[in-house]
Design a protein around this ligand. Structure first.
Ligand code: ASP
Ligand code: MG
Length: 422
């Protein structure tokens, strides 16, 4: 018998019929002798609908002033789905009880709409489990020290589930979703993309941060920190498939030192279309220049991703960086207004039609020549690389957006990702 946490996404909770299926699946696990805690998302589309209502009423364009009330509103989606699931579980003949975040409580900081979990009290949940109940806990929400309801950011139910699993020291946290695992790349771009049986936390973090949106990135960080065994699997298999088969399905997120990892050097190709590039040409090269350029950008709360400064020539250098595409116009304006007057740059150019393509793999740590192979593949396809960044387990290039699919396909093939690694 083990304590298991199940998390069901919005699509899996999308209708009464689907909630009934979730209940049947949970009942199967419970009858097999496991203790179950279930963390559901709101029914699909519900969070958007709720936030949309708020937008209709408020002319305020920044969410900051509204944040407390937005949490009040958005958190109800999970409250509804949790109550419905508890009823469905009871209809299956199980004892079940649902809790909102504040009832557990799941304590968070006060950062409305993007709160971080600080502590989870496990007493109430443990008592229910000991009494033979299935416990349903709302995803996405918590409570701050003043008793205000908070939410954890879009996709935050993943983090709720992992945090609950960590607090209860669950044997495994199963994330049931509308895909059947983590793929070598997006199958919509590369039909030959393959489901990975395992991926390490570090690889998953890179994949998630680079735009593979299977899990909220914070949930992966949390799982890595607290060493929660995490599995992503499909909620669309028939609920009555063999439990041991289900328990082995999907993708298991492992720790590097674990055995049985697939031995690929590159595990996946991630890509991100959401960036834009800004270059200052002929900047006077003197101490403090990077700070002069990026200081105001940071002060405006704009995230910078890739940064490149060239070798200087005759006391002048070129300086480029990328930001999220949504911040592009704002950043350009800021640079023109605040930065150009002090840096004496000869020219400012921007490009929103770029994308970032990355190869990710823990094996890159111990193999040389992986990045150069990537560059050679891109050159064979005639794709010009505009920027390069690397970490221990990742190499990213910024290229023209129109070559994105070509680059991803060529790299997927060149690194043999179509075949399971032996
Ligand atoms: N319902 C929330 C959202 O749509 C949280 C979640 O689904 O994980 O973002
Ligand atoms: Mg999600």
């Amino acid at each position: 018998m083990a304590l298991i946490v199940h998390k069901y996404g919005g699509t899996s909770m999308g209708s009464v019929e689907r909630i009934r299926n979730v209940a049947k699946r949970v009942a199967k696990w419970s009858r097999a002798g496991h203790q179950l805690v279930v963390v559901p998302s709101a029914m699909s589309g519900e969070t958007n609908r709720l936030l949309g209502l708020a937008k209709e009423l408020s002319p305020v364009s920044t969410t900051a002033e509204l944040a407390r009330e937005l949490d009040m509103i958005a958190s109800t989606g999970e409250q509804v789905s949790s109550g419905l699931l508890a009823i469905a579980l009871q209809a299956e003949g199980l004892q079940a009880v649902s809790y909102a975040g504040w009832q557990v409580p799941i304590s968070t900081d006060t950062a409305h709409t993007k709160a971080r979990i600080s502590a989870i009290d496990d007493k109430r949940v443990r008592a229910d489990l000991a009494a033979g109940r299935v416990v349903v806990i709302t995803g996405f929400q918590g409570v701050d020290p003043q008793g205000n309801i908070t939410t954890l950011g879009r996709g935050g139910s993943d983090t709720s589930a992992v945090a609950v699993a960590a607090a209860l020291k669950a044997a495994e946290c199963l994330i049931y979703t509308d895909v059947d695992g983590v793929y070598t790349t997006d199958p919509r771009v590369v039909p030959e993309a393959r489901r990975l049986q395992t991926i390490t936390f570090e690889e998953m973090l890179e994949m998630a941060s680079l735009g593979s949106k299977v899990l909220q990135i914070r949930s992966v960080e949390f799982a890595g920190k607290y060493r929660v065994p995490l599995r992503v699997l499909s909620s669309f298999t028939p609920w009555d498939i063999d439990l041991s088969e289900e328990a082995r399905s999907g993708t298991l997120i492992t720790f590097e030192e674990d055995e049985k990892m697939e031995q690929a050097i590159v595990s996946g190709i991630a890509f991100n279309r959401d960036e834009a590039k800004i270059s200052l040409l002929g900047v006077t090269d003197k101490p403090g220049i990077a700070y002069q350029i990026l200081g105001p950008v940071a002060d405006a709360n704009i995230d910078v991703d890739v940064i490149i400064q060239n070798v200087s020539h005759a006391g002048r250098t070129d300086f480029s960086f990328t930001v999220h595409r949504n911040d592009y116009a704002r950043t350009l304006e800021l640079i023109k207004r605040v930065v150009l007057p002090v840096t004496g740059a000869a020219d400012l150019v921007g490009d929103a039609k770029i994308c970032k393509v990355s190869i990710v793999g823990i094996g890159m740590r111990s193999h040389v020549g992986v990045a150069s192979k990537m560059f050679s593949v891109l050159s064979q396809e005639g794709i010009n690389i505009q920027m390069i960044t690397t970490s221990e387990i990742k190499t990213s290039v910024v290229i023209d957006e129109k070559y994105m699919e070509l680059a991803v396909r060529a790299l997927h093939k060149a690194f043999d990702l179509e075949q399971p690694a032996g």
